[in-house]
Design a protein around this ligand. Structure first.
Ligand SMILES: Cc1ncc(COP(=O)(O)O)c(C=O)c1O
Length: 248
């Protein structure tokens, strides 16, 4: 069984209207990977708003501690509005159990720990505020870095409201800029340096350098600048000054 799994990468909603239309034509189901996009919004031309993970029949969320909504350890959730899928998923997460001593299928021990659920319940109440702060910081970066060097900044697309899990820029000078920021004590990152087709785990599929030139260029050129809700305006100014300093 095949499925299309669009990823709302870096918190920016994928173009689900187009993707679901193409997948529907091909008769392939769509599963949203909303692991980085808790609270991101898709707005259709008529103005109706749907949140990432709530568009396709299934949405997957990660609550890894570093995510926009993070637990105290590994945790996650799947969303659906389909009662049959929900019932199957509930069984799958708990050893295929339909009642205490009846197992209808082979399942997993993927229950959400109560302690994580308790943490998430509290943190959920501040998610929108934290996402709002992320958006403010992203807008401040985009204002300050517009036109600097060869930087390509993350686009704001009408109808797709990012929650900036990461603020990722692109530059041909990525490695040198990263070294320059590290030397200044600024923790930038690369998400992600090795594309899937070049991962050792998938070597058996025969992927080679050059097979996916666009993907490989992204892997060489992307750089994540520091962005989290607690980042202060002064810290952001420091990062901007260091980036500008690099490009002279
Ligand atoms: C886009 C994306 N999908 C899936 C995952 C996997 O999430 P988890 O490790 O919680 O299963 C992650 C986590 O890093 C992610 O960023």
């Amino acid at each position: 069984m095949a499925a299309v799994i669009p990823v709302h990468l870096y918190g920016r909603p994928a173009d689900l209207a187009q993707i679901t239309a193409i997948a529907a034509d091909a008769g392939v189901p769509v599963i949203e990977d909303a692991a980085q996009a808790h609270g991101a919004e898709l707005v259709d031309p008529a103005g109706s708003v749907r949140r990432a993970g709530g568009y396709a029949p299934l949405g997957c969320f990660s609550f890894f501690p570093g995510k926009n909504l993070g637990a105290f350890g590994d945790a996650g959730a799947i969303t659906t509005d389909d009662p049959d899928l929900a019932a199957r998923l509930r069984m799958l997460r708990d050893h295929g159990r339909s009642s205490k001593y009846e197992h209808r299928m082979t399942g997993y021990a993927h229950r959400l720990d109560t302690i994580h659920a308790a943490v998430l319940r509290v943190k959920l109440t501040t998610l929108d505020r934290a996402n709002g702060r992320r958006r403010e910081l992203a807008a401040a970066y985009s204002r300050a870095l517009d036109g600097v060097g060869d930087l390509v900044l993350p686009p704001e697309t009408p109808g797709r409201r990012s929650v900036y899990h990461l603020y990722v820029v692109r530059t041909r000078h990525r490695d040198a800029l990263l070294a320059h920021l590290s030397a200044a004590g600024i923790g930038a990152g690369v998400h992600y340096p090795v594309p899937l087709h070049l991962q050792p785990a998938y070597a058996h599929l025969g992927g080679r350098p050059g097979d996916l030139p666009v993907t490989e260029a992204w892997a060489r050129e992307c750089l994540s600048l520091p962005l989290y809700p607690e980042l202060t305006g002064e810290q952001l100014d420091e990062v901007v000054a260091a980036v500008r300093g690099y490009f002279g």
